[in-house]
Design a binder for this molecule. Structure first.
Ligand code: GAP
Length: 458
């Protein structure tokens, strides 16, 4: 692992405007974060790349955009109303609040809490010396199950019958639209329905910057197919997700696949694999999961909605409930991993100098090019170059400070190409392009700039 720390990186992200503390002028709101101009551009580029990889390039796939607030019966059908709980305990001495499974995992690293139910956790807490990280005492309340869905009310009356939930995952908006999509697109199976959007979970222990928050974005696919093809499509998406993280440029040594063991799987699930990332300081953390979910979700929605969600196979004339493979990415976690992976405090000139640089994937970097006139007298002419390039790329026009300082600032935010417009540019119609990673400079004709950048993006 490199010597960069998680704190150093998150400080950098806040200093440069990738991420801001949420509600900062009111003293903030715990574990809430806003993306600034750089973070927002980066996020848009990452979504675009995901859409290209998983929707445009896979002939079977389409994208939808379902509502965040759905009929509450959706969450009864999925089991979220009864089962989407975290096991909460309070220290009887200092009243600090924890997730019981987290406490056990931290203090007994060989214990696999994913295989334990509430009774097992309660029993473990009592029979082992689990201590409060805050006061060191070993006396906790019994576990209470804490509902993680955010509740609100539809309309003017705040009563039980008007209770609705903010969705805790985007996936269910896809399942409940399966029939609509099949009817209106007139497609056959297999079909992948994709969605990017916000999800909400009232996490008891949010933290580690944007790693675990109560409001976050997911990029999910439900891929529907004929029963029996489960393994084929599971492997297809495992490979596809692997090629996606490779395409993003995450370093091989910081990525691992973790197959869930049989005891970890829900009774209906055939297989689940997570992709994990080795975060500086924090260690391995889940970025996304690929789950083979059989026909569980559609069957539950059929039962609760009393609608027919079966599919009539035009080739075999068979009627069945399609099976599903679900690749589910956390957008914010993926962003955080990419920030951590690309951040470097680079030593230059045998230790005489250094620079902070983000070696971001060039297609994801907030700005593809920075246009830097060497003197304010050149601003008007340089702006013409800026205008030409903004037709194709996200660009920044910066006139403040020495050229060296401007280069350093662009390195720090990951801009792959710095384009300097100097007095010679007025005569030879050429500009100097500086490559972020190698710092090599090249003189390029202005009329060739767009082609040059496109050719050097990958
Ligand atoms: N539909 C399946 C599903 O939601 P999940 O493992 O609960 O599965 C998928 O969530 C991904 O969403 C996770 O791998 C993670 O990247 C992201 N995620 C989940 N909870 C999160 C949270 N509280 N904050 C940030 N990202 C979260």
């Amino acid at each position: 692992m490199s010597n960069k720390t998680f704190d150093e990186i998150t400080t950098h992200l806040q200093t440069y405007g990738f991420v801001y503390q949420g509600s900062e002028i009111y003293g903030g709101l715990a574990n809430s974060w806003d993306y600034g101009p750089l973070g927002t551009l980066f996020k848009n580029h990452l979504k675009d790349l995901w859409l290209k990889h998983f929707v445009r390039d896979i002939e079977y796939n389409v994208q939808i955009d379902p509502a965040i607030i759905m009929n509450p019966k959706v969450w009864e059908a999925t089991g979220h109303v009864s089962n989407f709980h975290d096991p909460l305990v309070d220290c009887k001495y200092c009243h600090s609040r924890y997730r019981a499974d987290d406490l056990i995992k931290q203090q007994f690293s060989d214990v696999d809490t994913d295989k334990m139910d509430v009774d097992d956790l309660n029993e473990f807490m009592k029979s082992h010396q689990v201590t409060c990280p805050n006061c060191g005492k070993s006396s906790f309340t019994d576990i209470r199950q804490f509902q993680m869905m955010f509740k609100t009310f539809l309309g003017v009356t705040e009563e039980k019958s008007s209770t609705v939930y903010l969705r805790p995952e985007t996936a269910q908006g896809i399942f409940i639209n399966f029939k609509n999509v099949m009817r209106t697109t007139r497609r056959k199976l297999p079909i992948g329905i994709c969605d990017i959007g916000k999800s909400f979970r009232n996490e008891i222990t949010p933290g580690n910057f944007t790693f675990r928050t109560r409001e976050f974005e997911q990029m999910e696919i439900e891929f529907f197919f004929k029963p029996g093809e489960d393994e084929k499509w599971f492997e297809f998406y495992k490979e596809n997700c692997k090629s996606f993280v490779e395409k993003l440029g995450l370093k091989d040594e910081n990525i691992r696949f973790r197959d869930h063991e049989k005891e970890e799987l829900a009774f209906y699930s055939k297989a689940t694999t997570d992709i994990e990332y080795l975060f500086p300081t924090l260690g391995w953390g889940e970025l996304m999961g690929i789950a083979s979910r059989t026909n569980y979700d559609l069957s539950r929605h059929m039962e609760f909605s009393k609608q027919d969600l079966t599919y009539l196979d035009p080739e075999t004339n068979e009627r069945y409930v399609p099976h599903v493979v679900e690749p589910s990415f956390g957008l914010d976690r993926l962003m955080l991993a990419l920030f951590c992976d690309s951040y470097e405090n680079e030593i230059l000139d045998d230790g005489k100098d250094s620079r902070v640089i983000m070696h971001l994937n060039k297609r994801l970097a907030p700005y593809t090019c920075a246009i830097l006139p060497l003197s304010n007298k050149l601003n008007d002419d340089a702006k013409k170059v800026f205008k030409m390039l903004t037709e194709e790329f996200d660009c920044i026009f910066d006139t403040t400070g020495s050229i060296g300082k401007r280069y350093r600032r662009e390195d720090a935010i990951g801009t792959p190409f710095c384009i300097t417009f100097d007095f010679d540019s007025l005569n030879d119609n050429k500009v100097t392009i500086r490559d972020r990673d190698s710092m090599k400079q090249e003189r390029v004709e202005i009329k060739e700039l767009v082609n040059y950048i496109k050719a050097n993006l990958d």
